[in-house]
Design a protein around this ligand. Structure first.
Ligand SMILES: [Zn+2]
Length: 289
């Protein structure tokens, strides 16, 4: 699942590629019309002949200001991917790593936005959980209110974390970290990494955390995400060859995906994998307390 760093990376990449270009054609796959709003006809009408002025991100939602003062919202959800194809065919890929991406459009292509210089933006989605939606300013504000404070906001302070921890003190820390309405943008991979670096078992209830542990969690939430953005995320493919190159953060993962291997910190524990509230979680039973 593309997480905040991967979405931020594709947003930054698209910024230099899709802005100020006139939209000439829009295509939507028949099996995807329900994930387009308003209806497909209006969607076409609101995009054709317009340009994208600005691209922004809030948590894992991308929103693009269109020249008619409307906003195109794109959510990649579990398996969504955005691919920009330059006129000469060079690809910029972000989101879920779908293989054989060079084959475009492919059976997972749901939407194609073509620009007048013949470059194209493809929205591919294997499981069709993602969506594209056009809203006005009011609709955008409404949407943005649904997500909580994100770690790069000015409002993200230790006091804020303490306050939301108090409100949801019964949750297991892993579940708490994934609660997007409280804190937006931390997904499964990075939540595991935060728990590991803070030396806290993901199964602990929030109310059992000591102040020193909360301080570490506060610090690492921001650190882990900032470092992942710097390295273009984990599940990220940039200009890909047929093997699909992955994002550079992979090499910094300390616990995620390491089940059965010995712990990189204490060297004594073997990384365990357990489901917490339906989400697979990796941790060291020895040094995470
Ligand atoms: Zn350990």
């Amino acid at each position: 699942m593309p997480e905040l760093p991967e979405v931020e990376t594709i947003k930054r990449d698209l910024e230099t590629r899709i802005l100020k270009k006139k939209i000439s054609k829009v295509w939507v796959d028949e099996g995807f019309v329900k994930k387009i709003s308003p209806d497909v006809a209006t969607f076409f009408q609101l995009l054709k002949g317009k340009v994208f002025n600005k691209i922004s991100r809030r948590a894992k939602l991308i929103y693009i200001e269109i020249s008619n003062k409307m906003f195109l919202l794109i959510h990649l959800k579990m398996t969504g991917q955005l691919v920009f194809q330059a006129k000469k065919g060079e690809l910029t890929v972000g989101g879920h790593p779908i293989v054989n991406v060079t084959d475009l459009p492919n059976k997972f292509t749901r939407v194609i936005i073509e620009f007048s210089d013949k470059s194209k933006l493809f929205f591919n989605d294997i499981r069709k959980f993602g969506y594209l939606k056009i809203v006005d300013q009011e609709g955008l504000d409404e949407q943005l209110l649904k997500t909580g404070v994100e770690p790069f906001d000015r409002e993200y302070k230790f006091e804020y974390l303490l306050e939301i921890m108090k409100r949801r003190s019964n949750l297991k820390i892993k579940t708490f970290l994934l609660e997007q309405k409280l804190l937006a943008g931390l997904g499964n991979i990075y939540a595991d990494e935060v728990c590991f670096l803070s030396e806290v078992k993901p199964t602990r209830r929030v109310k059992t955390l000591k102040k020193s542990e909360k301080e570490l969690i506060f610090k690492y939430i921001k650190k882990v995400l900032a470092k992942a953005i710097k390295h273009r995320g984990t599940s990220f493919n940039t200009y890909v060859d047929s093997d699909g190159k992955t994002g550079g953060y992979q090499q910094f993962l300390k616990v995620y995906g390491r089940q059965g291997e010995s712990c990189l910190r204490c060297k004594k524990g073997v990384i365990e994998k357990q489901k917490i509230n339906g989400r697979s979680s990796s941790f060291c039973p020895h040094c995470q307390k």
